[in-house]
Write a protein that binds this ligand. Sequence first.
Ligand code: HEC
Length: 129
Amino acid sequence: MAADQGPGSKEIHLVYASPGTAAAYRKNGRFIDGSVLVKEVFETATGSMTTGTVSHAQTLKGWFVLIKDSKNSHPGNKLWGNGWGWSWFDAANPVKTTSKDFRTDCLGCHIPAKATDWIYVSGYPELKK
Ligand code: HEC
């Protein structure tokens, strides 16, 4: 993620998928139930190196986690809905989510990706056939 001011990036986001998720997606363009996506967020430090301006991961902030649940099997639970379970886990206390309601904590930002099951699939060459 680019810095608001100055060169380099503000954060580095690493996205992981549980085994088989990408292969299944390449086959039928869907995320299968139980697939887990994790977006790991680092704050960066930026400096000048012999390759140019370089940002590197500095401090781990935490993880955004999604679990595919096409049947919406947790009605009434505010961390589940629209085909996914949604939560943020802070690096300082990874055992318990600080998220309260995916509609206010997550969904607004994922609306541009609604047509692709709320996932920003264009960012991942691995998902292309
Ligand atoms: C400030 C806007 C914003 C909020 C709030 C937000 N997201 Fe995202 N999320 C994005 C964007 C944009 C991407 C893709 C680019 C990136 O990594 O920044 C993304 C990517 C992801 C990814 C990687 C898969 C993908 O779609 O690229 C996961 C997993 C994720 N978000 C989960 C969540 C969860 C769970 C919440 C709520 C706890 C949440 N997000 C809240 C904007 C947001």
